[in-house]
Design a protein around this ligand. Structure first.
Ligand SMILES: NC(=O)c1ccc[n+]([C@@H]2O[C@H](COP(=O)([O-])OP(=O)(O)OC[C@H]3O[C@@H](n4cnc5c(N)ncnc54)[C@H](OP(=O)(O)O)[C@@H]3O)[C@@H](O)[C@H]2O)c1
Length: 180
C-alpha cells in the first residue's frame, strides 16, 4: 500500500517558514546537503507518484521558480488545495481541490499508481490528512537554524513512532510513523 508522507524541512524549533512565509533560511544557505543521501530529496521524490499542497506553498513555488508556470518543476500529478481560482501552470498535471481532503485522497492514491503520496505542506494541510487518519509518515529534515516564530511544522497533537534518524550533511533526517 502506498504511503502518504509529509516530507518537509523544519527549523530546529519547529517552523517550516518564517513569519513572512519565507524559506530563505533554507534555500539561501551554504549548508552541506549531500544529494546521494538515502533521505535526500532526489531519492525521496523518485518514489513519489502524486503531490498535494496548499495554495500558499503553491504560490511560493510559482513566485520563486519564475519559469514554473510554464515549466512546472514536478512531473507527478499535483493537486493544489484552494477555495480560489488560481492560475495554474501551462505545463504539468496540476489541478485544484477544495474541501475535505478525505475526498481527495483516493484520487491521489490512484494517480500515484502504487508509489507514495507526498503532502508537501503547509503544516495545517498535513494536519487535515492526519485528522482524517490518512497520514502515514512524517519526514522532517531538521535544518541548522532557529527562527523563533513562523509557520508551525504540524499544528496538531498526535503520537509518533520514530522510524529512523540519520545525519545528512549539516541536516538531521528524521522519519516518523503516525500512531493510529
Ligand atoms: N520548509 C518546507 O520545506 C516547506 C514545505 C511546504 C510549505 N512551506 C511553507 O510553509 C508555509 C505554510 O503556510 P500555510 O500553512 O498557510 O500554507 P499552505 O497549506 O500551503 O496553504 C494554506 C491555504 O491553502 C488553502 N487550503 C488549505 N486546505 C484547504 C482545503 N482543504 N480546501 C481548500 N483550500 C485549502 C487555503 O487557502 P485559499 O483557499 O485561500 O487558497 C489555505 O489558506 C508557507 O509559507 C509555505 O511556503 C515550507
Amino acid at each position: 500500500m502506498a504511503r502518504t508522507i509529509f516530507y518537509t524541512a523544519s527549523s530546529v524549533d519547529g517552523f517550516i517558514a518564517d513569519q513572512h512565509n519565507s524559506l530563505d533560511w533554507l534555500v539561501d544557505t551554504d549548508h552541506a546537503l549531500p544529494e546521494d543521501h538515502p533521505d535526500a530529496y532526489p531519492t525521496f521524490v523518485a518514489d513519489i507518484g502524486a503531490l498535494v499542497m496548499g495554495s500558499t506553498t503553491y504560490e511560493w513555488v510559482a513566485a520563486h521558480e519564475p519559469s514554473s508556470r510554464e515549466q512546472w518543476p514536478y512531473e507527478q500529478p499535483t493537486w493544489v488545495c484552494t477555495h480560489r481560482e488560481l492560475r495554474l501552470p501551462a505545463a504539468g498535471r496540476v489541478e485544484t481541490w477544495s474541501g475535505d481532503v478525505a475526498g481527495l485522497h483516493p484520487r491521489l492514491v490512484e494517480a500515484a499508481e502504487g508509489k507514495d503520496v507526498w503532502v508537501v505542506g503547509g503544516g495545517d494541510l498535513a494536519g487535515q490528512f492526519l485528522d482524517a487518519g490518512l497520514l502515514d509518515e512524517v519526514h522532517v529534515q531538521l535544518t541548522p537554524v532557529v527562527l523563533g516564530a513562523g509557520a508551525p511544522l504540524l499544528p496538531r497533537r498526535a503520537p509518533l513512532r520514530l522510524l529512523g534518524v540519520r545525519q545528512m550533511g549539516d541536516f538531521v533526517a528524521t522519519r516518523y510513523a503516525v500512531q493510529r
